[in-house]
Design a protein around this ligand. Structure first.
Ligand code: SF4
Length: 78
């Protein structure tokens, strides 16, 4: 799946939510999260993010690697 990383924190622009064809992007307290089991890897959300917070999970920059699990954990904790 695609994941959302640190640039989204306290931004939550939500342009990605408008683009997602399966509505798998959800709002958390300080950022948005992608539901990994629902994401169909279409990539539509990535280019519309104004702060470039969205990455295909394997392409996530090293400094934000922890956000891959953060997206999973957000839904585990619901
Ligand atoms: Fe939604 Fe596609 Fe982005 Fe996955 S890659 S979160 S399905 S817009």
């Amino acid at each position: 799946p695609y994941i959302i990383a640190e640039p989204c924190v306290d931004v939550k622009d939500k342009a990605c939510i408008e683009e997602c064809p399966v509505d798998c992007i959800y709002e958390g307290g300080r950022m948005l999260y992608i539901q990994p089991d629902e994401c169909v890897d279409c990539g539509a959300c990535e280019p519309v993010c104004p702060v470039e917070a969205i990455f295909y999970e394997d392409d996530t920059p090293d400094q934000w690697a922890g956000y891959v699990n953060a997206n999973v954990d957000f839904f585990d904790d619901l």
